[in-house]
Design a protein around this ligand. Structure first.
Ligand SMILES: Nc1ncnc2c1ncn2[C@@H]1O[C@H](COP(=O)(O)OP(=O)(O)O)[C@@H](O)[C@H]1O
Ligand SMILES: [Mg+2]
Length: 507
């Protein structure tokens, strides 16, 4: 809801200018150019603020103050050329007057500071200030001054009550007397700072003391400010303003940090979902490859099974089919069928989401991968040599590493076939040096171009667009080795082709 402001000033220039400024900050503004006009307006309406000029053509603006004092809702900012200090003090004694501004500054600055003041005061109601003093008179004075400034107030006459309020209410700031029976202000200060939620709550200490060591003592113990009694109301208000302004800034920063954190969390979530999608896509791609591997492995037993069946038909048409021959063929057929079913079982084991860590030799992991791809390599006349220099027992999720090896082998096969290599071969070596196990896979397919080699581990990077490459194989491989084995996958070119090395650090 926008605040309503009454401007009482006989200078049309000043009034119009202020009106424009205030309207730009979306306040509702009504202008009165003399005392009687203002009185008339005040009969029918309550304003949140009044900017009051003192020298009006039909009398002194000061005479309006009792009306505002009575209705208690309007905060008055005095606005004049007068500089008399005594007058100023007298004006402040009206409960409605919240500030006193002298009209001598550059007009823009003046309007700016008035708008800022109104904005500040009108947002101060978000703050609850606890005032603690054993003198009821001081409490009343503080209460009036702070309420004028728009703050919400809690009161306590001793430290114990004060702590109770702090524990049970939302308290943003504390203003406490130093000399109090039961619990002194500095004790109260240390007790408040012990409450985790109030470590950075601003606390102002009031005291009649001018002992330098006491002042530095409370400041050292976390007080934000110190005010000597008796205090000048204007100075007190300015210091409270400053303290609360700091608090607002801190809250703003905290809010922005939280905003940033939540943005970050969202990004992390998005990233996680992106990775989940990559994993899904690469699974789909693997399944496609798996079907082609199965096709290779089944081709031979399927052909053999076909032959067995054709033979039965032949024997029957020649009249030579007897029980013996039939039994023999059935046994042969069943054997082939179980061979094919074993293949399916191997594939099922290989691709199943087995997440348990097991102790396994690197050569055994290599075997798991080769069982899947070797028949396809053979069918393409690609020879495979394995050289086990030093085998190592690892504690890993075996299928994951086997998957990485399979990805590298299948890339080598792709490169060998795409480049029509005459004597295609893949050399595998398994070794252990110092504290690392090494698996290297080398082909003679010509290697990887220097200008793409730095991209091959990026997701979706592929040169096999015509062959439905996904560009996910090496990305997933590197992710698995980095994240689950703490190792790395490196690549370089040899004279004849590419060599991929999986590095596994041993604890
Ligand atoms: N052994 C290799 N020889 C030549 N190029 C290779 C080899 N291995 C990988 N690459 C290159 O790396 C790219 C990315 O491989 P990968 O992530 O497995 O995706 P994809 O196989 O789907 O293209 C390949 O497209 C290819 O250009
Ligand atoms: Mg690949």
């Amino acid at each position: 809801m926008s605040h309503s402001i009454l401007i009482v000033d006989d200078s049309k220039l000043v009034s119009d200018n202020l009106t424009k400024y205030l309207k730009d900050s979306s306040f509702d503004v009504i202008q009165a150019f003399n005392k009687s006009e203002a009185k008339e307006l005040l009969k029918n309406k309550d304003f949140d603020f009044c900017l009051l000029d003192l020298n009006l053509p039909d009398g002194n603006g000061e005479e309006l103050l009792p009306i505002f004092d009575k209705n208690e809702n309007t905060k008055v900012i005095i606005f004049t050329f007068e500089k008399d200090n005594k007058k100023r003090k007298k004006l402040f004694s009206h409960s409605c007057v919240i500030d006193y501004i002298i009209k001598e500054r550059n007009f823009d600055d003046l309007s700016f500071s008035i708008v800022e003041l109104i904005k500040k005061v009108s947002t101060n109601n978000q703050f609850n200030i606890l005032i603690v003093d054993d003198s009821p008179t001081t409490l009343i004075i503080l209460n009036i001054l702070l309420q004028k400034r728009g703050f919400n107030i809690y009161e306590a006459t001793n430290g114990v009550d004060a702590l109770n309020i702090i524990q049970n209410q939302k308290v943003d700031s504390v203003i406490a007397d130093l000399e109090m029976p039961q619990m002194s202000g500095d004790k109260l200060l240390t007790n408040i700072k012990k409450i985790p939620a109030h470590i950075s709550t601003p606390i102002m200490i009031l005291s009649g003391t001018s002992k330098a060591e006491m002042i530095s003592y409370v400041i050292k113990n976390g007080a934000s400010d110190f005010i000597k009694k008796p205090f000048v109301p204007e100075e007190f208000i300015l210091k409270v303003d400053k303290m609360m302004e700091d608090l607002k800034q801190k809250k703003l920063i905290k809010h922005q940090q939280e905003l940033l954190q939540s943005k970050l969390d969202k990004e992390i979530q998005k990233n996680w979902e992106y990775n989940k999608m990559l994993i899904h896509q690469s699974k789909m791609a693997e399944m496609g490859e798996m079907i082609s591997y199965i096709a290779h492995q089944w081709r031979q037993p399927l052909n053999a099974l076909g032959l067995v069946l054709q033979k039965q038909k032949l024997f029957f048409s020649m009249g030579t089919l007897n029980e013996n021959k039939l039994n023999e063929s059935v046994a042969k057929g069943l054997n082939l069928v179980s061979q094919m079913s074993n293949t399916i079982e191997d594939f099922r084991n290989f691709f199943k989401d087995d997440k348990h860590v097991q102790d396994i030799l690197i050569s055994e992991v290599m075997h798991k991968a080769l069982v899947i791809i070797e028949p396809t390599l053979e069918a393409n006349n690609i020879s495979v040599n394995i050289n086990i220099k030093k085998d190592t027992q690892l504690s890993i999720i075996a299928n994951e590493l086997a998957q990485v090896i399979l990805n590298i082998l299948s890339n080598a096969m792709d490169a060998l076939l795409l480049n029509n290599i005459k004597k295609p071969k893949i050399d595998i070596s398994i070794n252990q040096l110092n504290n690392v196990a090494l698996i290297s896979i080398e082909d003679n397919a010509g290697g990887i171009d220097a200008d793409i080699v730095e991209h091959i581990f990026e997701p979706y990077f592929t040169t096999k667009h015509e062959h439905k490459g996904t560009g996910l194989g090496l990305y997933m491989s590197k992710t698995i080795v980095n994240d689950h084995i703490n190792g790395d996958v490196l690549v370089s070119n040899t004279d004849n082709g590419a060599i991929f090395t999986i590095i596994i650090p041993l604890m």
